[in-house]
Design a binder for this molecule. Sequence first.
Ligand code: CO8
Length: 300
Amino acid sequence: MALRAALRNKCGLLSQLSSCGSHGRVCVSPVLVTQWRNSSTSSKIKVDFDQSTGVAVMHMQSPPVNSFSLDFLTEFCISMEKLEMDKGCRGLIITSSQPKVFSAGLDILEMYGKSPEHCGEFWKAVQEMWLKLYSSNMVTVAAINGSSPAGGCLMAMTCDYRIMADNPRFSIGLNETQLGIVAPFWFKDTMVNTVGHRTTEISLQLGTLYSPSEALKIGLVDQLVPEDQVLTTATQSVTKWLAIPDHARQITKSMMRKQTIDKLTSSREADIQNFVSFITKDSIQKSLRMYLEMLKKRRG
Ligand code: CO8
């Protein structure tokens, strides 16, 4: 709790600082920027920033499966704000330090057996993660070096470009219906923007998890490479994207994404209320319990 409060205060400070720029670029104290240079480690996220290339690599390091807990999401948002404020940082690669898993998506334990107030706070943090990443001025590349179901897939789709390890054991997709829950409209919109309406319609209803080669075929990921080349290929891709003048690329990105972003920003509170009333229903709590038991059994 203390960690969260501290992180929230920092986040608030950074939000205030970040409000004075146009197109998301900001006026910020050089002291803060200098402190951030090179590398930063919090408990769940490690960021390495290469000043010579202007590219930061964010390593998710929250064992066992990089699930998005409230603390994880808070740390993620703080890291994003810091990077966004640093004019020298133009590109971001997101990857995992965990073997075999990019991210297992939302932490189910944050939605199971929790108070409505907690669920509301959690959902606000999920929204914030998506808003920060989808509207980022940086070139964002997901280096998907493991399985990436549900919220993990959302995070990858929210980046500009996706490179996945070509390992048939890994899977990616929005599998929410398999848990008995429903992906909210902005998850759906992000997938429609990535793979089109028809594919999203089928894949969301069935809760399909795709193998890397299937994901490439439907355009859910852009490139497959051997596992040990995911990060180097991501670095090469960012370099290519950074050859385009920032302002032209950023305005183009904003033009493509603004409508989808505005839809959530104009209805954030209602979306939180919807989530809370849905997730706290007895029937949904029962589905989550069964799913958690299934995960445990599968392990045993
Ligand atoms: N949340 C919490 N704990 C999890 C999660 C999760 N999402 N995923 C796995 N775990 C736990 C497991 O229960 C297990 O715990 P324990 O060690 O206590 O037994 C531990 O992590 C390790 O898991 P596995 O043994 O399964 O690890 P593997 O490496 O074999 O497999 C996978 C990794 C493939 C990621 C696998 O764990 C998996 O499939 N996890 C479930 C992923 C999933 O279905 N996530 C959905 C989350 S919901 C979401 O993101 C969007 C919700 C939108 C809400 C809409 C509501 C209106």
